[in-house]
Design a protein. Sequence first.
Length: 148
Amino acid sequence: MATPICKECRFCTGIYYNGLGDISIYCTLHGNMGLSGALDPIRYVILQCDDIELPDYDTQCWDEHGCFKSDFLPKLRNEVRLGSLYIDDYRNSFGIDPKYLCDFFEAYEIWLEEDFLEDSDDALKEWYEYNQEPITIDNLIKKPINEH
């Protein structure tokens, strides 16, 4: 998956999600230098920076109403780690907010357990089409940075 790019130095950075789904951007070259002249790992977290741009996400998954097409669910499902407690395990190539996807797939897992079903592409499509509010473009990552 593509990573955000620092527009100032043009080097790749990392985008990370903490347990609450808050986003932080890391840029090892654009960050502040520590007293020893080396990068201070605490200081190179960019919390508010206009120099970060999000990668290009796959947009073929959206229909004309801005809803996620069920045909793309298997690909989305394969990009996440179902059952993970780490928000970062829900990063995806579609740009859907990982915090939202964590809750989305947790509801899917509960449905599987309640109906004694196994996880499969067909089960996921059935649940999405008949039991779940669709994923919309409102669930996309809006900003790659925290606001404090």
